[in-house]
Write a protein that binds this ligand. Structure first.
Ligand SMILES: Nc1ncnc2c1ncn2[C@@H]1O[C@H](COP(=O)(O)OP(=O)(O)OP(=O)(O)O)[C@@H](O)[C@H]1O
Length: 270
């Protein structure tokens, strides 16, 4: 479990990126941080693995304050997947995936064998192992990025707009792949996106952030749709949603979440 207690981050130039955030991110679930540009999503995410340290407040993982853990050690146990995959261009796919395990002292043979297994896990053919990142498509690169994030077998996987740079069809494939993976692996995933549809699709918990780094609402997609906390959330959920969006409908007196084609996607818990 990840817990933020009264966390504020003010950068040296005075910008308050995150302001007094309290949030619990439950284990084995996906929490999606969504909000417009500059609302503090990335800063919040990076405080989990100490790429950013809070100005005040605490970030706890399973009850332990991350401030007490050496940042390098901490990061080696937390998977991190970023936009544009962040792969090292001069290293082969297999070596990119094995980088952190090798740093942790895993033998070369073992790290390579595990990297090949991870290619299977993320739905890539093993024949891609000896290619360089530039010889892969954008979607394949993102999958390698996910494989690399999983290479240390982390309990926590941080994903910062991992599918932001690929076209909509590949993006939809990657989203489905993540849902499948999450069904198998049950990691504690924290995922950042601008896209409310992506947030509703992937999130068990969706955290809507607004400018100034405040949380407007943190709840399940169905709860947010049914009971937006304020006008900001109602607008954000409405204005940001395209034709594919989930919405609420009344069926037999019950609130049902349906997709754009009217297919039920969930029933609102009473
Ligand atoms: N190192 C920094 N120094 C000063 N201000 C910063 C720094 N990093 C981020 N900020 C500011 O903090 C605020 C939040 O930034 P952050 O990147 O967390 O937002 P975001 O919601 O992830 O945005 P985006 O969706 O555009 O990535 C922004 O106003 C940003 O300009």
């Amino acid at each position: 479990m990840i817990e933020f207690r009264g966390v504020t981050k003010q950068f040296p130039d005075g910008t308050v990126a995150v302001a007094g955030v309290d949030i619990v991110m439950p284990p084995h679930k996906t929490t999606v941080l969504v909000g417009s540009s500059g609302s503090g999503k990335t800063t919040l995410l990076r405080m989990i693995n100490r790429m950013v340290d809070p100005t005040s407040g605490q970030v706890l993982i399973d009850g332990a304050d991350v401030a007490t853990v050496d940042p390098v050690r901490l990061r080696r146990g937390i998977g991190y997947v970023m936009q544009n995959s962040g792969l090292l261009p001069h290293r082969k796919v297999v070596d990119n995936i094995a980088t952190v395990p090798l740093l942790r002292g895993t033998s070369k043979a073992e790290a390579r064998a595990h990297a090949l297994e991870l290619l299977d896990t993320v739905g890539l053919d093993r024949s891609l192992a000896d290619r360089y990142p530039s010889q892969l498509s954008g979607g394949q690169q993102q999958r390698v990025g996910v494989a690399r994030g999983l290479a240390v077998d982390p309990n926590i996987l941080l994903m910062d707009e991992p599918f932001g740079a690929v076209d909509p069809i590949v993006r939809a494939e990657l989203q489905q792949e993540l849902l499948r993976l999450q069904g198998e692996l049950g990691k504690t995933v924290v995922f950042v996106t601008h896209d409310i549809d992506e947030a509703f699709l992937l999130g068990d918990q969706v955290v809507i952030m607004q400018q100034g780094g405040k949380i407007s609402q943190a709840a399940s997609p169905t709860e947010i749709l049914a009971n937006p906390a304020d006008d900001f959330v109602a607008d954000f959920v409405g204005a940001n949603r395209g034709k594919r969006a989930l919405h609420l409908a009344q069926v037999d007196g019950r609130s049902v979440v349906v997709d754009a084609d009217g297919r039920p996607a969930g029933i609102l818990a009473q």
